[in-house]
Design a protein around this ligand. Structure first.
Ligand SMILES: C[S@@+](CC[C@H](N)C(=O)[O-])C[C@H]1O[C@@H](n2cnc3c(N)ncnc32)[C@H](O)[C@@H]1O
Length: 524
């Protein structure tokens, strides 16, 4: 049973100590941090634990207890050796000796505590002081924020891909998901949130005494030992134990059973270099040798009983993620042989659009990003006359016209900006243009989707026929009833009439009546 709730599932309204939070510096630059009230790693800052960034330093004490999304100003932290305590000194003793008066007070560094080898100045006990510039935003841990900030051990699956994949493999609360390989755990976190429907032990707590809630789970596999260990540790730190179970295994060799038991998977995601080697293990019954491709470790040995890792009562949805088309071809070939249907390949390409107004004209001054070409003939003429006037004055009078640079008003000063916003309404000026941003982080791979239907035995067929009576479609157009009366459907009637007409035209009188088109019919 998990001992704590995961901040990925319940982040609460504010940041808190000993919980993961994401320090957002700018788009695509985020730092994951477990907030600490005290510097347990003894990094030596007088302010306690500190996050140092290119936008300034942020003592953890200034980040704890803030509503998610808060903007936090950098603090003045001496990150040089003089601002540091000596590593390994008895912190407890120091704290006892100089208990801060408020949450923003930092402990005092006494003269005699300083290392004689470091040029140290005495630090007065002081509050954490805001720096003049630099800020960050504090964000809650979500799979999306984790994907953009996690320590990369491998190439990862990014949000645009995994949101689509999870939707296509029908991952939802209560789903059993198989994932291999786990790599850096980007997909693992997203799939854990998708499958979560309660912590182990809470199955019966949905108000129903008779029907137990089905708890979703991610059955993750990774064969690289260090990656497996690191992800295992992250899953513990993030409170996802019991929702994610990671097994250290080569799935192409050992398959997907865990402790000999079937995960009963309904959704599968394979991010492996050779997914076709793992596919024979993902069958409902022992696969035939001919369907297993080149893998000698396929489960074709019939001396041991075959246990399927799949849920026998539902169709199973799979996605494989491969960067090369040759991998896709081999995967699809094996999928077909193993009975997967509805096979489809998709490539996602995400684009971000930048939309803005394009304004042209010298009158725009030096505003950033604007084109300083004349907007009209009048503007061009006025500018030419100005330049020529200066030129003429110089040659006729020898006067050097003083540069009026100094007199120029900064076009970005507050008054100018207000004037352009309120009076000129510059936001309405210009042509509305859009362009795609050149690069968006997604790992382009081919996604292969397929479905494995539930097995359909002769017994299932018999039971189904018993339960739902099947009315066979009558192919014959003409039925002869007990009394010898001929009944026809509309099509047969038309056909008979046409034939009768033909026969009449040929001088042959139709049998059974004067009118060759008269045929006894019944509407069907
Ligand atoms: C591209 S990474 C997966 C990244 C992961 N999907 C993520 O979002 O972070 C591929 C991983 O598969 C693992 N792997 C490769 N072959 C494997 C196998 N046969 N069994 C288990 N893991 C395997 C590799 O060690 C690697 O960590």
């Amino acid at each position: 049973m998990a001992s704590k709730t995961s901040p990925f599932l319940f982040s609460g309204p504010v940041s808190s100590a000993d919980k993961l939070s994401i320090v957002h510096l700018k788009r695509d630059l985020q730092i994951p941090t477990i907030l600490k009230e005290h510097d347990e790693d003894d990094e030596g800052y007088t302010e306690g634990k500190v996050v140092n960034t290119r936008f300034g330093s942020f003592p953890h004490t200034t980040l704890i207890g803030l509503p998610w999304g808060s903007q936090v100003r950098a603090s003045k932290v001496d990150t040089g050796s003089r601002g540091r305590r000596v590593k390994g000194q008895d912190k407890k003793r120091k704290r006892e000796e100089s208990v801060p008066e408020g949450p923003n007070k930092t402990p005092k560094l006494e003269d005699d505590e300083a290392d004689a080898s470091t040029p140290t100045t005495t630090k007065e006990e002081s509050e954490v002081v805001a720096a003049s510039s630099g800020f960050i935003h504090l964000l809650p841990p979500t799979p999306e924020n984790w994907t953009s900030s996690l320590p990369h051990r491998t190439q990862v699956v990014y949000t645009p891909d995994y949101s689509y994949i999870l939707h296509r493999i029908r991952a939802r609360p209560g789903t059993q998901i198989i994932e291999a390989g786990a790599g850096s755990g980007s997909f693992t976190h997203a799939s854990a949130r998708a499958a979560f429907s309660g912590y182990p032990g809470s199955e019966g707590t949905n108000g129903s005494a008779t029907k137990k809630r089905k708890l979703g789970k991610v059955w993750s596999f990774e064969f690289h030992e260090q990656r497996h260990e690191k992800l295992q540790k992250e899953i513990q730190d993030h409170g996802l134990e019991g929702i994610v179970q990671i097994t250290h295994r080569d799935v192409c060799e050992g398959g997907f059973l865990v402790d000999g038991q079937s995960p009963g998977a309904e959704s599968i995601f394979l991010d492996l270099p050779a997914p076709w080697l793992a596919l024979p293990h993902l069958s409902r019954s022992r696969p035939p040798k001919s369907a297993c491709g080149s893998n000698p470790a396929s489960p074709t040995d019939d001396t041991t009983p075959f246990i399927s890792p799949l849920n026998p009562t539902t169709p199973v949805h799979i996605c494989t993620f491969s960067p090369c088309i040759e991998q896709v071809q081999r995967t699809i070939s094996v999928l077909r042989k193993l009975g997967w249907v509805d096979i489809q390949m998709v490539e996602l390409s995400q684009k971000r659009f930048e939309i803005r107004r394009e304004r042209i004209g010298i009158a725009n001054g030096t505003e950033r990003g604007l084109q300083l070409t004349p907007a009209s003939v009048d503007e061009a003429l006025a500018r030419l006359m100005e330049v020529e006037g200066t030129f003429k004055a110089f040659h006729e009078n020898g006067e050097k016209v003083e540069s009026n640079k100094k007199d120029k008003v900064n076009p970005n000063n507050r008054e100018k900006i207000m004037e352009s916003l309120v009076e000129r309404k510059v936001y309405k000026e210009g042509r509305l243009v859009h362009r795609t941003e050149p690069e968006v982080k997604t790992h382009t791979s081919y996604l292969v989707f397929a479905i494995l239907p539930i097995e359909w035995s002769e017994e299932d067929e018999r039971k189904a026929r018993e339960k739902w009576e099947v009315e066979m479609r009558v192919e014959d157009e003409v039925k002869v009833e007990d009394g010898g009366e001929v009944k026809m459907n509309k099509k047969a009637r038309k056909k008979a009439a046409a034939e009768a007409r033909k026969a009449a035209a040929a001088g042959v009188k139709a049998e059974g009546g004067d009118d060759p088109t008269e045929v006894k019919v019944e509407e069907t």
